[in-house]
Design a protein around this ligand. Structure first.
Ligand SMILES: C[S@@+](CC[C@H](N)C(=O)[O-])C[C@H]1O[C@@H](n2cnc3c(N)ncnc32)[C@H](O)[C@@H]1O
Length: 251
């Protein structure tokens, strides 16, 4: 039986970079490091770009240490950021069981794409493997078991089109305050709808982070931010190690 086709994604790397990533991935899958040592040696396979991204997530997390509220990610995909935020919570504020981490995704890729999204992507792109939400829950559950206060469930995956489910989720959780919202839908409509729905739940100090502002491949995310927040209301900050991620701290 043939393998299912990999999900369609936009790749910003050069073909030489892609070749090297594939070479490292092949060595990771085939490597002789025994399972019990594998996770302790993942640094072997980290690229500069991945490491820069992880370190940036730490910088974002450090900014919300004095801010009350939950972390939300809009566009989870395989779930790496949720796992990173969970690890960072264990490192930086191990007893803050109130810092729940909530991720929104269809877990089947883009439900639709608008004319404002630049024409390079289409519905169904950025999908994941069938059943991935359940496997991601297992992975995050293992991390939670090994972190402080494991008896408190501190993460939630919310499946479906976020433009439809976020308002219902917020109505079901009227206690919500958002400390960090990480927007990584890449697209105009869900970014606009979710940003707008979230505004009553943010506070001074809330960090609103964006994966694709000023990104020609995904123009819709910037248009959404311009329409809902304007670009001049809060300073748009970045980190020298990462060309794309940016964030605003609500003042
Ligand atoms: C670029 S990926 C997210 C990558 C992830 N944050 C990471 O760092 O690995 C974009 C995700 O947004 C999701 N998405 C796009 N539009 C959505 C919508 N309207 N509702 C829910 N999820 C959506 C897609 O399913 C996809 O998983």
């Amino acid at each position: 039986m043939s393998e299912p086709a990999p999900p369609r994604v936009i790749v910003g790397s050069t073909s030489a970079e892609v070749d090297d990533k594939l070479a490292l991935a092949a060595r990771l899958r085939a490597c002789e490091v025994p399972d019990r040592e594998l996770l302790d040696n993942l640094g072997l396979f980290l690229t500069r770009q991945t490491l820069a991204r992880i370190l940036f997530m730490q910088k974002l997390y450090e900014q919300i240490l004095p801010v009350h509220g939950v972390i939300m990610e809009f566009g989870v995909r395989w779930g790496q950021n949720l796992a990173l935020f969970s690890a960072l919570r264990g490192m930086l504020e191990p007893f803050n069981y109130n810092r729940r981490i909530v991720g929104f995704d269809t877990f089947s890729g883009f439900p639709s794409v608008s004319e404002l999204d630049g024409g390079k992507v289409r519905a169904g792109d950025y999908g994941v493997a069938d059943g991935w939400k359940g496997r991601l829950e297992e992975i995050l559950g293992i991390h939670e078991r090994n972190a402080p206060i494991p008896q408190k469930r501190k993460f939630e995956l919310v499946e479906g089109d976020a433009t439809q489910i976020l308002p219902a989720w917020l109505a079901d959780h009227p206690e919500t305050v958002v400390a960090l919202a990480y927007f990584d839908f890449d697209l105009y409509e869900p970014t606009k709808a979710c940003l707008e729905a979230l505004l009553p739940y943010i506070t001074k100090g809330t960090v609103l982070a964006f994966d694709e502002l000023n990104c020609p491949e995904f123009p819709g995310e910037t248009v959404a931010v311009r329409e809902i927040l304007g670009l001049s209301r809060h300073a748009l900050r970045r980190d020298p190690s990462n060309p794309l991620i940016s964030y605003m701290v609500v003042e």
